[in-house]
Every structure is written in structure tokens, then in C-alpha cells.
Design a protein around this ligand. Structure first.
Ligand code: ZN
Length: 167
């Protein structure tokens, strides 16, 4: 699975780029939602129960229907959708759970081989939802991820501090 730092940093940066200034507080407050899907591992339906397309779609729909809470629902939708998308690029997710049990996956990687050759992989489709996916076994944060998170979160603290001083 992608580490939690990737799940946090990627949508956070995307939302910081596109969000209006008045919605920045929701971008920070809703950040934990980027990790929420992985808690389906405790329901023994990891990569299925909360890793599907329907939860972000419903949130986005609420966002489009509600004028008052639009930003909140849309930001929540982006956080959940980005998690599902990133996991799709890292093994797969049961995208149409509970309607269809296949794991939608995209494999897109570039590797350097031991003989100094570039190895490009690109594949996509559905694979069976194997038992091995049913727990979120693996790193929660590897060492690179922890370093990346410290770097980006330090930048966020600096921004927050500067904005607080400006008020
Ligand atoms: Zn996940």
C-alpha cells in the first residue's frame, strides 16, 4: 500500500493549489479523511468497504446539491477519492464494491534494472480480490515517507504561522 504520508501529502498539496483562501481551514481540518479508507482493515474488507467509487461520488453529489456546505463536501470527496485512486495504482481496489468484487488496478512504473536498463510497466484492468488484500499489512510509513511528511508538514506550519501573524 502507499504509505500514509503519500496519502496525506498528495491531496493536501492538490487542494492547497486549487482551493480558495476562505476554504483553506477546511483543507487542513478535513486532512485526516485522507487516511479514513484504511480503517476498513478492521472490518476485514480492506480495499473494499471504504475503497470504492461510491463514497466519494455521494460526497461530491451532496457538495453539488448543497450551497452552504459545498466546499466541505467537495474537499471531503477529494480526500477519499485520492486515497482510492492512489491505492488503485498500488495493487488495486474493489472499486465497485459491493456490486462487483474485482479489483480495479493500474500498474504504471519506471524501474532501473541491475544491468542499467530502464524498465517501463503499464497495465490496467481487474484482478481477483485475493485474501492477501484483506488486511492492510505493511508499512504505515517507511523512512522516506516519514522524511517527506516532516518536510511538507513543516512548510504547512510555516504557512499557518504566517497567516496567523497577518490577521
Ligand atoms: Zn488504502
Amino acid at each position: 500500500m502507499p504509505d500514509w504520508p503519500i496519502h496525506l501529502i498528495v491531496p493536501l498539496l492538490a487542494l492547497l493549489i486549487v482551493s480558495r483562501k476562505e476554504n483553506l481551514k477546511y483543507v487542513f481540518l478535513l486532512l485526516p479523511l485522507a487516511l479514513l479508507p484504511d480503517f476498513d482493515t478492521f472490518a476485514v474488507q480492506h480495499r473494499a468497504l471504504f475503497h470504492n467509487i461510491f463514497i466519494p461520488l455521494i460526497l461530491a453529489l451532496f457538495g453539488l446539491l448543497s450551497r452552504k456546505y459545498r466546499a466541505i463536501f467537495l474537499i471531503a470527496s477529494v480526500y477519499i477519492a485520492s486515497h482510492v485512486l492512489l491505492d488503485m495504482f498500488a495493487g488495486g481496489v474493489v472499486l465497485f464494491y459491493p456490486i462487483y468484487n474485482g479489483m480495479a488496478f493500474v500498474d504504471a512504473s519506471l524501474m532501473m534494472s541491475q544491468t542499467n536498463n530502464l524498465l517501463w510497466t503499464f497495465d490496467y484492468g481487474f484482478r481477483p480480490y485475493a485474501a492477501g488484500w484483506k488486511t492492510a499489512y505493511g508499512y504505515i510509513s517507511d523512512s522516506t515517507g516519514t522524511g517527506a511528511m516532516v518536510f511538507v508538514l513543516t512548510a504547512c506550519v510555516c504557512v499557518a504561522y504566517r497567516r496567523w501573524r497577518e490577521v
